[in-house]
Structures are given as C-alpha cells and as structure tokens.
Write a protein that binds this ligand. Structure first.
Ligand code: SF4
Length: 397
C-alpha cells in the first residue's frame, strides 16, 4: 500500500495492531502494546483491528483512550481507505455486524515464507460453546471454495511447497453452506501435486467413519490429529455446551490410534472451568491417563465477559486452575516421551525446514509431527523430503 515498515515506534506514523481476543490475557497484551506505542511516540496514530476490535463493545473495561481508529474484522480488508480517512480526521470506530457477513474473503499467496504454509479453508463458527467469544469476533461459518483452495495449493506446489496445513476457525464446518463435508474437499486435495497435507484442530464428533476411511487410504495425509477435547468429564462438557460426550471422545481417540501407524494425537484441555470440582477434574485426568495421546495442550479457563460461562456460579480459584494445569503439563511430558520412545529406530519421511547458520543443524518434521534435528553440510535441503531412521531422542522438557 506504499507504506514503509519500520522497527521502532518512534519512527512510525501509524501503529496497526491486528489483535487476538481468544483469552483475557491476549486482550491485556493488546492494551499494553497500544499504550506503549503512544507512550513512545505521542504523535503516532494507533489502529486497533482484529478480534479485540470486533468485540470491543463486549469488553467493558478495555481502555480505548490511546486508540485513534478501531476497525472490525471485515472493515480491516479496506485498511487503506480507512487510514486515508483517519488522516482527514474522520470516524474513529468502524465495526460492522459480523453475523451479516456471508462470503469468504480470499487472497492468493504466491510465495509464502514458511515451509509449511497454512491455507485458510474456512472462517467463523456456528457452535456456541459457553466460554467462547470467537463467533462474536469471526461470525458464522463460511467456506473457501474448492476452486480457490485447489488453485492456491497447485500454485504453492508449483513454487516448491511440499506440505500445507489446512486451517480455519472450525474446519469441520467446511462446506456446510453447499451440503458438503470436509472430506469432500480432502478428496480433491488428494488429486493435487502437493506432497503432504496436515489438518488443523478438529472437533471430535466430526471425525466420522467416512473421514477415517479416506484418511487411512490417503497418500498425502500426515497422521497428526489435534483434537479439540476441552474436557473428558460429561458434566463439564455439558456446561461448556460441547456437542459430544466423554465416551464419544474416548472412542474416537482410540479408533484413530488403532487405525493409523503411531499417529500424533494432541488435544486441548481447559482446566478449572466453572463448577469443575476436584472430582470432575479427576474424571478428566484419569480418562486422559488411559488414552494413547502424544500431547496435551492444557490451559486455565479464562473468563470472557458476556459469555454464558462468565456468569456461571462456582468459578474456580486461580490457584486451583494453576495446579490442574501443572498436573496436565506433567502428564503431557510423560505421554510425549512415551510417544517418542515408540518412534525410535523407525523410518520416517522428513520435511527439512530451517538450517541454523551457527550450528549447521537443520530442523525437520516427520509426518507424525516429531521435530527432528540433523546436522548436514549441504545448504540446499530446505523444503525437501528425505527418509531417515530416527536413532536418538532427547527429552526437551
Ligand atoms: S467450536 Fe470452537 S470456535 Fe466454535 S464456539 Fe466452540 S470453542 Fe468457539
């Protein structure tokens, strides 16, 4: 757009913060960064966009004193126009109704910096989990078309990309508006020239038999599942307004383990959800112990104003949340270690990524999401696939 990016706020005319609002911590960080920019340069124009901007009316305590322009998630697509208006002294808040947005806004990326670029296939979510602010920031589900996704993948493949990651807010809702399912898109991706694809986070009961059957036969799918479990206690799942039971989640997780060859099975768990008693947490914990997981991403429940969970009784004390997260982190370390042990002395296909100029060591990634470090004198391995035996492993945490 003709602007020049600078490293220091003191040299900038405009500071644009594309914000995240998934937790209250990310809100505080946004506020801190905006205030800091203004403190360092009182003449700077602060623009807040992204999810905090879109949900600004839901955050009663968010300090907007140092913000010159607030732009919603749809309005940010016309950033240039609004910057011009800002300098003419017009309007300081433009946030439309995100639920009115029906189309998927799409841009082709020609040469991504990453070796494993993300392709956004879907936006928004039709669910209403009681703790989640995301639908108010992103709107209802809408999908990128098969044509757009396939042209993007073919372009990347032509330019040397070997692996892509399919992402979205709720990728299991891809295609709903056309009566299609995610697996219909995957069938098309299987026909492209890309070598590997990985899926973003999945809602467990959207992994049905048809999907498992396809993934099992796919030559391109990387057996890496990130399951959005959140809890494995039925009372807590109901309070969260999740649409599956703990037994559904357990059954699907076990099925994935039995079907694929040492798949990476990661999951998200929220600790200390309102009304989660010690006994409820123990149910989740014991269920997790019994599952063949490779990784647990545990995080404490974070109150999002104006969501049903924020108003629930029996909010859990911070100290208890911290203790539960710590227990889950220890369980995660043990499970990850076991996962690595099971993969030792096995042949894996690696995608080579970055080479450290200091040590000459490449980092690379297996299909089942094991990070591998390899010293090699050659400088041209980035973005290539090689088959290796994993002979040694170290515990990093
Ligand atoms: S499914 Fe995910 S994005 Fe949708 S409301 Fe629930 S937590 Fe939020």
């Amino acid at each position: 757009m003709g602007f020049l990016q600078v490293q220091d706020c003191k040299d900038a005319d405009i500071f644009i913060l594309n914000s995240c609002s998934v937790t209250s911590h990310s809100d505080s960080q946004s506020s801190y960064l905006l205030n800091r920019a203004k403190r360092e340069n009182p003449f700077i124009k602060n623009i807040l966009t992204g999810c905090v901007a879109q949900t600004i009316d839901l955050h009663k305590n968010f300090d907007t004193t140092n913000i010159d322009l607030i732009l919603g998630n749809n309005e940010k697509l016309e950033l240039r126009k609004y910057i011009d208006e800002l300098f003419k002294g017009r309007k300081n808040k433009l946030v439309g109704d995100i639920f009115k947005i029906k189309e998927f806004n799409y841009k082709i990326v020609e040469n991504p910096y990453q070796t494993r670029p993300s392709i956004k296939i879907q936006e928004g979510c039709n669910n209403r989990c009681s703790y989640c602010i995301i639908p108010y920031a992103r709107g209802n589900s809408r999908s990128n078309s098969v044509e757009n996704i396939i042209s993007q993948i073919e372009l990347l493949a032509k330019n040397g990309t070997k692996e892509i990651v399919l992402t979205g807010i709720h990728i299991g809702q891809w295609g709903l508006e056309w009566g299609l399912e995610l697996v219909d898109l995957l069938y098309e991706i299987e026909k492209t020239n890309i070598s590997r694809f990985r899926l973003g986070s999945l809602y467990v009961n959207e992994i049905d038999d048809r999907m498992v059957e396809f993934l099992m036969k796919s030559e391109k799918f990387c057996p890496h599942f990130h399951l959005s479990l959140q809890s494995l206690c039925d009372k807590t799942l109901e309070n969260m307004n999740r649409k599956y039971s703990s037994s559904d989640a357990i059954e699907i997780t076990k099925k994935l383990y039995d079907t694929f060859n040492e798949p990476f099975l990661g999951c998200d768990i929220i600790a200390g959800f309102p009304d989660e008693s010690d006994e409820d947490f123990d149910v989740t914990y014991e269920n997790l112990v019994a599952l063949p997981l490779s990784y647990i991403h545990a995080f404490p429940y974070s109150i999002r104003e104006n969501t049903p969970a924020a108003k629930m009784k029996n909010q859990v004390q911070d100290a208890i949340k911290t203790k539960r997260v710590q227990m889950l982190n220890e369980l995660c370390a043990a499970k990850h270690f076991e996962f690595l042990k099971r993969n030792k002395n096995k042949i894996h296909e690696l995608l080579f990524e970055r080479k450290s100029s200091k040590t000459g060591v490449y980092s690379a990634i297996t299909r089942n999401y094991i990070k591998v470090y390899i010293k090699d004198n050659r400088d041209d391995l980035r973005n290539t696939l090689k088959t290796v035996n994993l002979s040694e492993f170290k515990k990093l945490y």
